[in-house]
Design a protein. Structure first.
Length: 219
């Protein structure tokens, strides 16, 4: 899903950067106001390292980008959406600057797709499902649907951005269906991984996720 340099024109690059920066500023304020950052940084680092390794396995697909595990929904389910967005931002920043996986001019778009859209879609669907389906079953089902929907919608967003950019020669009628359909298929794998890992962490080793709750500042 990493969009490389040269696929988005300056207007799309500037617009996605503006949206992403504005959101990260807001998320930073929420994190600073509600968490003891020193308590949650170690867990965020572990998630960032794991997602970084998983995302390095890329398969090029038609439509101008690549197919790979994202992990935004998984991070959001365990850490919450604001912390998860910064996990994804850290991963994508290192990939762009050091490994040239995703462009620098398109970093705003990549963070928007994988660090905001995927994170929030996955998180909200997980919360909605677990509200009505309790217990371990609710965690598994919510995480699966959240992981699937998160990467599918994020892939569709990337296809829309690429297709509407005048620098991409084929247009949205090719980029959007290709991106959405391929990521919907990958979403089955993403959803399964998200479900199994989230269920395991939240039910078998809750002490790992309690760091986030402990890190919440007393009101």
């Amino acid at each position: 899903m990493h969009i490389p340099d040269g696929y988005l024109d300056p207007i799309w690059c500037a617009g996605t950067y503006a949206v992403t920066i504005a959101y990260l500023i807001y998320a930073y304020r929420r994190v600073r106001a509600n968490y003891d950052v020193s308590r949650v940084i170690p867990l965020m680092t572990v998630f960032a390292a794991g997602i970084f390794v998983a995302q390095m396995l890329n398969w090029p697909i038609p439509g101008g980008t690549s197919l790979h595990f994202v992990g935004g929904a998984l991070s959001a389910i365990v850490l919450g959406p604001y912390l998860a967005s910064y996990v994804m931002f850290l991963v994508l920043l290192v990939q762009a600057l050091v490994f040239h996986d995703g462009g620098i001019t398109t970093l705003g778009a990549n963070v928007l797709n994988m660090g905001i859209i995927d994170v929030w879609v996955g998180y909200l669907i997980y919360r909605l499902v677990t509200r009505y389906v309790g217990g371990s079953r609710g965690i598994f089902l919510g995480a699966f649907l959240g992981g699937w929907a998160g990467i599918t919608i994020a892939g569709a967003a990337a296809g829309t951005e690429i297709g509407l950019s005048p620098w991409f020669p084929y247009g949205i009628y090719i980029s959007l269906p290709v991106m959405a359909s391929w990521h919907a298929l990958l979403g089955i794998v993403e959803g399964a991984i998200t479900a199994f890992v989230a269920q395991y962490l939240l039910t078998k080793h809750p002490e790992l996720t309690q760091v986030v709750k402990v890190g919440v500042r007393a009101s």
